[in-house]
Design a protein around this ligand. Sequence first.
Ligand code: CP
Length: 319
Amino acid sequence: MRHLLGTTDLSREDAILLLDTAAQMAATQEREVRKLPTLRGKTVVNLFFEDSTRTRISFEAAAKRLSADVINFSAKGSSVSKGESLKDTALTLQAMGADAVVVRHWASGAAYQLAHGGWLHGSVLNAGDGTHQHPTQALLDAFTARRHLVADPTGQGLDGLTVAIVGDVLHSRVARSNVHLLNTLGAHVVLVAPPTLVPVGIEPWPCTVVHTLDQAIETYDIDALMMLRVQRERMSGGGDAFFPSPAEYSRIYGLDADRMNRLPDHAIVMHPGPMNRGLEISAEAADSPRSVIVEQVANGVAVRMAALYLLLAGEEGAQ
Ligand code: CP
């Protein structure tokens, strides 16, 4: 593996290797071996053209815990605001000796362009591109679900589990990445969304689609319920075109205490963050004992350590 651009090109073997390596990384962190020497001498650039809290900070923490040098680049305040292109930005990073570039961009396909444009010699890790892919988010979601729902998880996928992903699928790179990864790992994925927030051309996706959360809860034995953020900033008219209305959305798709209590006892509640509390999820659900939302954030560091390790250390690091 040279790049991590999406989940559609991840084999089951690669996905399980990433999850098992993340488990080893998490174990080092739990033993308070905070810093490993594995990537000493390597340079990781965080190239963020779009806002981020969790992904940017956890990639930085992951690279530092592997002893890499980290350069943080935010488009705001850089020469991008003077019109510099992605190509020239990439060539500048290459001149600075980047071994890996972690990129978040508003344009779907930007990570692929960066990886295959011939401008960089190192690895590219997609930290979210437009509405396309967010592979490390899907990996940390799978890692979290596996920890909670699979006994003796090492070497295992998510076979036989049912994961419901609820909400604004149309604008969600998290949903796209998760549908494919969860399917690769053997889970049944149920997408729950209003017809207006389901992507055109969804038919080949390996999942079932239903249109109310109550129908999903009544029909399926849900093991993990993943709520999506309503991405009003990606809706035309700055959110004016939001359909259904926020009140209607919350009534039909929102996770409240009543719906949460109708899930199987073992089911976990997930959300990639940031959350719109009171819209797609109530505070009671977000803060309940079933919620693994904070744990997802913590697991993001171990998963990103694993991704950087496997891409940059390779054979040398595996010894
Ligand atoms: N889940 C996620 O990508 O969060 P950030 O936008 O804060 O990175």
